[in-house]
Design a protein around this ligand. Structure first.
Ligand SMILES: *Cc1c(COP(=O)(O)O)cnc(C)c1O
Length: 461
């Protein structure tokens, strides 16, 4: 199993290990497996496996260069950190099955991938006796999930930049209350875009990047997609078993296209997914694409579902690669158009029938949260509510709908109060943050200041 870049016309392969450590390919493309393993004849046998055993069976197909015992132990450690025996349980709620992806340490679905990535990095760095300094920008959920993935590890430091004063108090406390010596929170006096630009500047300074062994955990890392493939299988097996149906649909609240792309891979491996519903909020660049073949950026609008407030979906290029018929040359042309003109158009656009896309606005999201609370006593967070709202137009007798619940509602208590008029979104983990000591450094939004801070901390040991 080798990995190739979406922009490499020669399609030179690299190992799983290298793909994980590289993140973004040197040519600017994203890495994908050169072939997709076909698992149709394993589905029966896999359908009764526990989450961890299923994760092992799927991941070993993609990671032949990780020894079996090591892979098993990485998986056990990662999913042992979840608060539910089933890791990602499925619950029946009204007309749908809800796949709860929020039982990890930070109560958001990003834990599923970042717990795994943290343990995988540690294993790879132990093997090579090297170290890594992760630099990441966050507008909310990614930062805390990344911190919890690597806190306390010996060979890893993590530097997380957030726009100071511009993220929610809960999100800030989830990050700054982690006091492990290898965790550095930086509040930048600037915007999220400033944070992202500084990360880019640091990575583009190749001398700095190599000297200080910078590493990345953003959603384009293949290992994150891989970890997310597992719960599509797990949930489909539970729901097909309960309902007797032979196929399922998923509705996925979408931002960077990482989560739903994992579903697309599951389907290409042979899981009987009849439709993937792409749900966006007012930031609907992907919905517009799937309905027109035109991918055009606009201004980011702030909504109640901040983790979906994006105008460029970083994982989307992976889908474009398959849409082109695996032609890197074609992808290069499209991405060039996009970076020059902020738009790309696909002539004779003919999407796989598997995707359907629609968006849900703020009013509809609040109404959905309120309706599910009153009708079913089930509290959806605002991201999950967008997926549920959009799914209502795609319910089918033959294929039960599985709604991905990507965050615990307690992370977004303001939105819940707006929707229900009640203060009902609580979780012990979030409530406990209130009185915890916190630590962060405030720096100006200049890459030289951040580089200096990182250099000093690394040299201090
Ligand atoms: C990151 C995130 C999303 C969006 O997932 P993508 O992989 O970026 O499409 C949705 N909901 C929550 C709560 C998230 O944290």
């Amino acid at each position: 199993m080798l990995y190739v870049s979406t922009r490499d016309k020669q399609q030179i392969g690299m190992s799983f290990k290298d793909a994980v450590l590289t993140g973004l390919a040197r040519d600017g493309g994203l890495l994908l497996p050169a072939e997709i393993p076909q698992v149709n004849d394993r589905l029966d046998e896999w359908s009764s496996l526990t989450y961890s055993d299923l994760a092992y069976e799927i991941m070993r197909l993609y990671a032949p260069d990780i020894p079996s015992a090591a892979l098993r132990s990485i998986i056990e450690k990662s999913y042992g950190a979840f608060r539910h025996d089933e890791v990602t349980p499925v619950v029946e709620v009204g007309p749908l099955s809800v796949l709860e992806l929020f039982h990890g340490p930070t109560l958001a679905f990003k834990d599923v991938a970042l717990q795994f990535l943290g343990n995988l990095f540690e294993f790879l760095l132990d093997q090579s006796e090297s170290e890594m300094n992760i630099v990441v920008a966050t507008s909310g959920d990614t930062g805390s999930a990344a911190i919890y993935g690597v806190r306390g590890r010996e060979r890893i430091r993590i530097f997380v930049m957030h726009p100071n004063g511009k993220i929610s108090p809960v999100q800030e406390r989830q990050m700054t209350s982690v006091l492990d010596a290898n965790v550095f929170n930086i509040g930048l006096t600037g915007t999220f875009d400033d944070c992202q630009n500084i990360v880019k500047a640091l990575f583009n300074d190749l001398e700095f990047r190599d000297r200080y062994k910078l590493g990345a955990v953003n959603s384009i890392n293949w290992a994150r997609v891989l970890a997310q493939i597992v719960y599509y299988f797990y949930a489909a097996f539970r729901v097909m078993d309960n309902s007797g149906a032979d196929k399922v649909r998923f509705t996925v609240p979408t931002g960077n296209f990482g989560d739903i792309f994992a579903g697309y891979m599951a389907r290409r491996m042979g899981l009987p997914i009849d439709k993937l519903i792409l749900a966006s909020n007012e930031n609907d660049i992907l919905t517009r694409f799937f309905n027109s073949g035109e991918y055009i950026t606009g201004e980011v609008v702030q909504t109640l579902s901040p983790s979906m407030d994006i105008q460029v979906a970083s994982n989307f290029e992976r889908y474009l690669y398959y849409l082109s018929g695996e032609k890197a040359g074609c992808v290069c042309g499209w991405m060039e158009d996009f970076s020059k003109n902020g738009r790309l158009s696909i002539a004779d656009f003919n999407p796989d029938g598997i995707f359907a896309a629609s968006s849900g606005n703020t009013a509809a999201t609040l109404a959905t949260i309120s309706r599910y609370w009153h009708d079913y006593a089930y509290l959806l967070d605002p991201h999950s509510a967008v997926g549920v709202e959009v799914a209502s137009a795609f319910l089918s007798e033959q294929a039960p709908m599985i709604a991905l619940a990507t965050a615990h509602p307690a992370k977004f208590d303001d939105a819940i109060r707006q929707a229900t008029g009640e203060d009902i979104a609580h979780h012990v983990v979030i409530d406990a943050l209130e009185d915890m000591p916190a630590r962060k450094e405030i720096l100006p939004a200049e890459s030289t200041a951040v580089a200096e801070f990182i250099r000093r901390r690394i040299e201090a040991g």
